[in-house]
Write a protein that binds this ligand. Structure first.
Ligand SMILES: [Zn+2]
Length: 62
């Protein structure tokens, strides 16, 4: 769901969920997760490898 907000004569798309629950990480949107979903929806804020299957973590969005 997107909100369309007019501000300073420009239109902006806003994701309400980001206003209600801002990301815990400083770098918004930069999360990494195991491509095999070994740990479900668990994400990491750094590149690396999955501790379970050792595959490289893939960048994705929260
Ligand atoms: Zn894994």
């Amino acid at each position: 769901m997107l909100l369309l907000i007019k501000y300073l004569n420009n239109w902006y798309f806003v994701l309400p969920i980001q206003i209600i629950a801002p990301a815990k990480t400083d770098k918004a949107g930069a999360v990494y997760a195991c491509p095999m979903k070994c740990e479900g929806d668990k994400t990491y804020d750094k590149e690396g490898s999955c501790p379970t299957c050792k595959m490289d973590l893939k960048p994705g969005k929260n």
